[in-house]
Structures are given as C-alpha cells and as structure tokens.
Design a protein around this ligand. Sequence first.
Ligand code: IPE
Ligand code: IPE
Ligand code: MG
Length: 238
Amino acid sequence: MPSLKDSVNKSAVPRHIAVIMDGNGRWAKKRGLPRADGHRKGALVIETLMDAAMDLSVGCVSLYAFSTENWSRPSTEINALWELLCSFFAEKLPVMHKKGIRVYHSGSKKRLPARVCSVIDKAVKQTAGNKGLKMNFCLNYGSRQEIVDAVNNWSAKAGPGEKFTQKKMAQNLYASDLPDVDLLIRTSGECRISNYLLWQCAYAEFIFLKVLWPDFKPSHLYRAVIEFQKRNRRFGGL
Ligand code: IPE
Ligand code: IPE
Ligand code: MG
C-alpha cells in the first residue's frame, strides 16, 4: 500500500496553498483550558505544516494568523497572540532560515505593536535571499483593506489620466510576487472565507475540514492535496 504522501501526484501540486488556521479556541474549550493554550498548541502545528508542504514541493503557503477583524477580541487574548508570535519567530526563524524558507508578511503594519513589526521585518529581511518554500504570514490582514491599500499605493504613483488595471492591482498587493491561490484550506468546520485573499482566491479550490487547527496533521494536508488533484478546474472554459 503506498503511503498517503506517495499517493500525491508530485507533478500537479498546488503552487500556492492558503490556510485559515481556525479552531484554536474551541480546541482549548473542549479540554477546559484557556483559549491561549489553544493558540500555543496551534502555533506548534505551523512547523508541521511547513515540513509537510516542503515534502510535497509546494511553492508557497499563506497562513492566516491575525485578521483585521480579530482586533474585536479581548485585549488579553490579542496580547497573548502577539507574545506567541514573537516567541514563535525567536525560536523558529533560525530553523526556517536553515531550511531555505523565505518569509513574507501580508497585512497592514499600522496597528501592529512595534515589537511585532520588528520581529516580522527581521524575518523578512533575513530570509529575503532564500529560494525554498515561501511562507506568507498574514498578520493584521484583511483582504478588503489590502485592496484599498493597493489602490491607494498605485494612485500615489500614477500619472495623470493613467488607468487602473487588473495587472496593476496584482502588482500592488502586499505580497505581489506570489501567484494566485490554487487551494484554500480552512479547518474547524466553518465554511467561510472571513475576508481572506479575496482577489487571489478568484479561482482557488476550497476545502473545508472538520479538524480543529491544533489537531491538524500532515495527513490532512496530503488528503486535501489529493482531493484538489481530483477537481476539474475549468477557469470558465470547457
Ligand atoms: C484561530 O482560532 C486563530 C485566530 C483567529 C488567531 P480561533 O481563535 O478563531 O478559534 P475558535 O474559532 O474560537 O475556535
Ligand atoms: C479567521 O478566523 C482569522 C484567522 C484564522 C486568523 P476567525 O475565527 O477570526 O473568523 P470568523 O470570526 O469565524 O469568521
Ligand atoms: Mg475562529
């Protein structure tokens, strides 16, 4: 019997997988633990996902870590998330760098605490020359804001009478050198996009999994990619 990983067709792997890591709070609640414990366990799964994506030679993974709407949560939870993010990068940046991973950030820096900005800037800068997996951390990310920022960014440089185009839109997104999303995976059973990569997901395949993010295993990724490979993508054609 071939392993699940071996059942993936290596010549038709999605170039860009976007992940909505959802369900940390419910994972903790089920165990009578504080929500922050769910986030902590969830952060540990990121490395598992990176390794599994590298095993399949996926080009790029986008991770939804904090949305522009997540500011409506209690400040204790928000602060715990920033602490976790800083300790994640303190521990994992050298590991990611060694593995040749290139870190990207998508999101607005405006409201991010200064220490979070400097951690993210350092990771992006240090790994800028790496040629391996592209890991796009979406932090203080909202797709509607990204679109507004892209238009403003373009219009600040545009010449008189210059027309806006789809190409210019794509060139002004936060991580403009990443390809469109091929496969979007959301955990926790919620079947919605929650303001994530609306432009980039125009022709993405969507897979919604029941598993809560802290319980996500490489096998979930392999199964999702196998399911993706069974889909018939027509892009409006026949
Ligand atoms: C996703 O898990 C992580 C973040 C939004 C930061 P949640 O915190 O949304 O977990 P649930 O959906 O409440 O279970
Ligand atoms: C989406 O999850 C954002 C992240 C995973 C970072 P949410 O838990 O915030 O989304 P909703 O509120 O269920 O739509
Ligand atoms: Mg949630």
